[in-house]
Ligand binder design. Structure first.
Ligand code: G3I
Length: 380
């Protein structure tokens, strides 16, 4: 089995984190560490290490865990934003700019159907800071443009639209994006399939149940055979009906050779999550997916609060540390990624009225106790 973590293995000769295809493939899939495929001597480093001592990224490297943040190109113009993103993290993921609506705003009949500008800026930033890039998301019921939603397309037409979309977007970022959330949030909390335009309204003609997910994975694999392909969801962190349904799908896919490489656990949580039974259940859930040979990513971690009192910030820090511990103690867990990194630009206040303060840096770009807790858990 390929050891994806090996790209972060400690080395006296640290390799750049994002570079061109061959090097990236070696780094990401551990080929550089396989005797039959590796060069006998490490190649001279052409780019300086960019993980500064004492950063989260460096602490994660010691654990073979990439440390990521969701990011938006509009904020790169803020000096503090770019400085922290480019120095503390070993990965970024566009928060919105690789979703269907933002990246494919016009129909294929338009001379210019795609808008890669925002995502291209993020990829360029990542490359210049030697960071990995993760793509999000190809198939989702949200942020679909009106030309798709209101186009009145038949199922075969929608299938052609989605296949072409996956081919164009994954193809555009082949060798630059090492992993994709191919399908996002396809299940209801009770484990049934969510009704969506891609599944059954009218769907893409792939068949019942998880067959449209399988179809999307196969299209993504064809578009970039090197990219790691993930299914990503929320509230599936612990053992429950939704995670059971995802597990059943993953088991079936692995048995039949459907190209699924990993599961993304979003981990949008509040302090209520801080219960030993919950944490144990999260660990057990990760373990059963790991046993299928899947890679596990914590993709959208944030811990929302109802106030920013010192007590709340301390409780948040404790939970951040505990979640980090879960990843550290699960060998298949290769990514700890927060959904943004500064409270200034978090999605939480817009979606949960009266709540916020969910990330590791406050709205003035000052580190919060949660930062230290994550760092300490990675260093322990
Ligand atoms: O970019 C437009 C801007 O042009 C316009 O002026 C403005 C007016 O409302 O909207 C802007 O778009 C917003 C976009 O975020 C960028 O800020 C959308 O309205 C807003 O709906 C969108 O919210 C995003 C949300 O997904 C959409 O469902 C959040 O930023 C993003 O954090 C959130 O991310 C999701 C993950 O993809 C999947 N998991 C859950 C997670 C949180 O909801």
């Amino acid at each position: 089995m390929l050891n994806h973590r090996s790209y972060l293995q400690p080395s006296t000769h640290r390799l750049p984190r994002v570079c061109h295809r061959a090097a990236t493939a070696s780094l990401l899939f551990g080929l550089a560490f396989q005797p039959s495929l590796a060069s006998p001597k490490p190649k001279p480093q052409t780019q300086p290490p960019s993980l500064s001592a004492g950063t989260l990224g460096q602490a994660g490297q010691g654990r073979h865990i990439a440390i990521g943040a969701a990011a938006a190109s509009a904020y790169l113009a803020e000096a503090e934003y770019s400085a922290i993103l480019g120095s503390e993290f070993s990965q970024l993921q566009p928060e919105n700019e690789t979703k269907f609506g933002p990246i494919h705003p016009r129909p294929d009949s338009d001379p210019n159907p795609y808008d890669f500008n925002g995502a291209d800026k993020l990829v360029a930033f990542a490359q210049s800071h030697h960071m990995l890039v993760r793509g999000h998301t190809l198939v989702w019921h949200n942020q679909i443009p009106d030309w798709v939603k209101k186009g009145g397309y038949t199922a075969p037409q929608l299938a052609a639209i989605l296949q072409s979309h996956i081919h164009a977007v994954v193809g555009h970022y082949a060798s630059k994006v090492y992993a994709w959330d191919v399908v996002n949030e396809a299940f209801n909390d009770d484990g049934t399939m969510r009704d969506t335009i891609w599944y059954d309204q009218p769907g893409i003609n792939a068949g019942a149940g998880t067959q449209y997910i399988e179809q999307a994975l196969r299209w993504a694999r064809a578009a970039d055979p090197q990219a790691k392909l993930f299914y990503n969801d929320y509230d599936a962190e612990v053992l429950n009906r939704k995670s059971d349904a995802i597990y059943a799908m993953a088991k079936d896919f692995k048995q039949r050779g459907v190209p699924l490489d990993g599961i993304g656990f979003q981990t949008h949580i509040s302090l209520k999550f801080d219960d030993p039974a919950n944490l144990a259940s999260y660990a057990k859930n990760m373990e059963r997916f790991a046993k299928l040979g899947l890679e596990l990513h914590l993709t959208e971690l944030d811990i929302r609060l109802t106030d920013s009192s010192p007590e709340s910030l301390r409780a948040q820090a404790k939970l951040y540390g505990e979640i980090t511990d879960l990843c550290v103690h699960q060998p298949a867990c290769k990514l700890l990624q927060t959904w943004g990194f500064t409270d200034k630009h978090s999605w939480i206040p817009n979606f949960y009225k009266g709540q916020g303060w969910a990330l590791l840096w406050d709205e003035n770009y000052q580190k919060k106790p949660a930062y230290e807790a994550v760092h300490d858990a990675l260093m322990k």
